[in-house]
Ligand binder design. Sequence first.
Ligand code: S3P
Length: 181
Amino acid sequence: MATMTHQPVQRIVLIGARGAGKTTVARLIAERLDWSWIDADGYLESKVQRTIREIFEQEGEPSFRMLEALALKELLVPEKRVVATGGGVVLDPTNRARLRAAGLVVWLTADAATLWQRLQADRATPLQRPALTNRGGLAEIEELLAAREPLYRECANCIVDTSSLPPNAVADRIVSMVGSC
Ligand code: S3P
């Protein structure tokens, strides 16, 4: 895992798979700290006036990844901000270096079955979430987790398992880390 330099935390960045709760928890942390918060996918969608799913369908994943990298660079400039990233942001080595330099990076984890349940329960999933492999469903989540876990680990300063913790408790735990990481 990444270690923190001993400077005051200026940003909190949430990484982790789809369904880990990054967006909800980012908002809750920001409320507690009186910081701003932003969702990287939402930022990108409003910037290019298309959904992530449309970008994938019209231009393909490599083009989405370029736009995502550009958006991340912009998003990590302001201070006192909580950033919820997209689940695949860690695939790019430059993004990983940026994340590590940005502040406190928290990896929200959950087991594959829990992630799958949450994605199925989220009505936005079919509209907003493109398929990322040919497998779909639980098998896709398991495959992506296996490939990406080392990358999340490389960037993270702390890990919070959200499988059996409600978002408020996850946010409380992260806020309590700000002084101690
Ligand atoms: C992706 C996760 C999504 C979004 C895009 C690709 C991924 O973000 O960036 O669909 O590769 O895991 P969320 O994790 O916010 O759903």
